[in-house]
Design a protein around this ligand. Structure first.
Ligand SMILES: [Zn+2]
Ligand SMILES: [Zn+2]
Length: 384
């Protein structure tokens, strides 16, 4: 994000300035900020087209006021090849370290390489594989359909979504998703991209009807949710069963003498319409009281090196991974059930994977064995 200097700011309130230094900016209108950038930049500055090397060279010489010989000299001196002690084609293998080396760094490197060789690992860890996948989704990806290409001069916002808030444990708060979203996208698109276990919770006791569980996911039953930005509650009203769950808060605020809060619809508001502060904690609330702090950390124009496929936005760029809780019988699969008052269980409550739960608690005809209460369990690591 550009941080405006002195005189321009006094003229235009949509150039962000710090409200608290190194913490957050004053509120500004995202769309106007974008228009200001477009008015001062040349179209080729934010164009996605590659400029040829020669044009870049000519431009560089003009800007720096240097002759072609100086440019060639600069290229030779600043080239990464000048960092090598051998020419590129006869460079030795960096992993081939002489046994009698006296250099401490090489000794350390050799120790590390020997240790690596001693490890027997033929598969990439699940987490590593997924991290790679996240990168591969966007890296060098070609756009199949030209209509999916993001228009030049589009703005991209970066949001950090924090785990559900437990104020007692605020010290332990972690960013668990970082998402890039385009200025022209609706707030609902961000809401749909935020994954939280609360949406997958199932309320009720299911020991008699374990097959009914998938029909009772909270996400399908309680669709109301809202974002709060700068005095405005943005409600998700896409479905007939959605309600304005902010009314209680607004009524309470009225009795306490807060300035009047207004409401708007999430599905009718784009990010360019917002007036927000960068670095300031805002709120996303769903499932009645599952609250997440949402922080806008960056606003900038889309660059040609960004992922240019519109379909992939909101683009997930970081996800915090948590340890999953495994089944207490097989210790292998992630738990899907939690039981209480269970005579067959080694502890109370006890976690099971789906298979172990059914094998232990039901006969081959699906009849319940013994007395126990069973609840669906959604592991926080389900999104890993
Ligand atoms: Zn949540
Ligand atoms: Zn199991």
């Amino acid at each position: 994000m550009a941080e405006g200097g002195g005189s321009v700011n006094s003229l235009n309130e949509n150039v962000p300035v710090y409200e608290h230094v190194d913490v957050n900016s004053k509120p500004f209108h995202i769309g106007s900020f974008r228009d200001l950038w477009l008015s001062v930049l040349n179209p080729e500055d934010y164009s996605f087209k590659e400029t040829s090397g020669e044009i870049d060279d000519v431009r560089f010489m003009q800007e720096m006021g240097i002759p072609p010989e100086t440019l060639e000299e600069l290229k030779a001196v600043c080239s990464t090849e000048s960092l090598c002690c051998h020419p590129a084609d006869e460079a030795p293998d960096p992993d081939d370290i002489p046994a009698d080396t006296q250099l401490a760094t090489l000794k350390l490197r050799k120790k590390r390489l020997d240790y690596k060789k001693s490890l027997i690992r033929d598969s990439v860890g699940r987490h590593d594989a997924y991290a790679n996948e996240l990168e591969m989704l966007t890296l060098g990806r070609r756009i199949e359909d030209a209509t999916d290409l993001i228009p030049e001069g589009e703005i991209v916002l970066t949001f950090n979504v924090i785990y559900p808030i437990l104020f007692k444990q605020f010290r332990h708060v972690r960013v668990y998703q970082t998402l890039h979203i385009l200025g022209s996208q609706k707030l609902t698109e961000l809401r749909d991209a935020i994954c939280c276990v609360s949406d997958l919770q199932v309320f009720g006791e299911f020991s008699n009807t374990p097959d009914m569980v998938p029909q009772f996911i909270s996400k399908d039953h309680y669709k109301s949710a809202f974002f709060y930005f700068e005095g405005v509650f943005y409600n998700d009203m896409r479905f007939p069963e959605c309600r304005d769950i902010t009314k209680v808060t607004r009524d309470w605020a009225k009795t306490k003498g807060f300035p009047e809060f207004t409401t708007a619809k999430m599905e009718e508001t784009t990010f360019s319409d917002l007036r927000v502060k960068v670095g300031y904690p805002y709120l996303y609330c769903h499932q009645g009281d599952c609250e997440h702090v949402l922080i806008l950390t960056d606003v900038r124009l889309v660059h040609k090196d960004d992922c240019l496929d519109r379909k992939l936005y909101p683009l997930l760029t970081h996800k915090h991974r948590v340890v999953t809780r495994k089944c207490s019988v097989c210790h292998l699969y992630i738990s899907r059930w939690i039981t209480t008052k269970d005579a067959l269980a080694p502890m109370d409550p006890c976690l099971y994977c789906d298979q172990c739960f059914r094998l232990l608690h039901y006969d081959q005809h699906g009849n319940k064995l013994g007395d126990f209460q069973a609840y669906a369990y959604v592991d926080p690591g389900a999104f890993n």
